[in-house]
Write a protein that binds this ligand. Sequence first.
Ligand code: COA
Length: 185
Amino acid sequence: MRRTQGDEVAVRTAGPDDAPALDGMLRLLTPTSSFMRFLVGFGEPKPGLVRALLATGPRRGALLAVLPGGTAVGHACWSVDDAGAVDVGVVVVDGWQRMGLGRRLVGTSLGHARDVGAVTLHLDVHPMNRGLLATLRRRLPTARHAFADGLVGIDVALADLFSPAVRAGGTPPRRSARTDDRASR
Ligand SMILES: CC(C)(COP(=O)(O)OP(=O)(O)OC[C@H]1O[C@@H](n2cnc3c(N)ncnc32)[C@H](O)[C@@H]1OP(=O)(O)O)[C@@H](O)C(=O)NCCC(=O)NCCS
């Protein structure tokens, strides 16, 4: 049932016009999810933060997971540095977690990033985010994990992520031409 609900959610690119939707979504996060994503506690989402999370450019972008009525329940943003490393930040509203939305948001982000030259993925995960770390270890067996500045930094080659062997383990394939990349699930 809940998995079916997740299937009704569209993942689409986002931009500055989506500030009200993202602001509303951030207000729905529990303190734990908010902390795991932003690594600080915040009450009211600051307009500057919302703007930054929706910034777009040649080597960066944002995505929202939206319900048919337009309510946002997930967000991801990505940026590619000069070394070709894509950094992805992702959060899903608590009641919509564990339905595949995080995976779709990350998979779609990686497809866009790869299109503009990304070759590796970098993630920073709080060490208390143990469930997610365990999942990442299982899903990304070739990733390097390094503890730095109080966070677990995870680096993995996109070629490994998109390889058929790893995909068979569930990592999303390259995005299709569609904006709502169901192919990324
Ligand atoms: C992490 C997060 C984005 C995942 O989104 P989601 O929609 O719940 O994830 P999905 O349903 O797509 O699941 C993806 C995989 O991660 C696993 N997973 C997700 N959250 C998990 C958790 N808290 N503990 C253990 N595994 C978890 C799922 O079981 C799934 O694994 P599988 O493919 O082997 O079944 C979401 O839980 C979240 O917003 N958490 C708070 C913020 C956060 O931690 N952001 C990431 C910072 S790096």
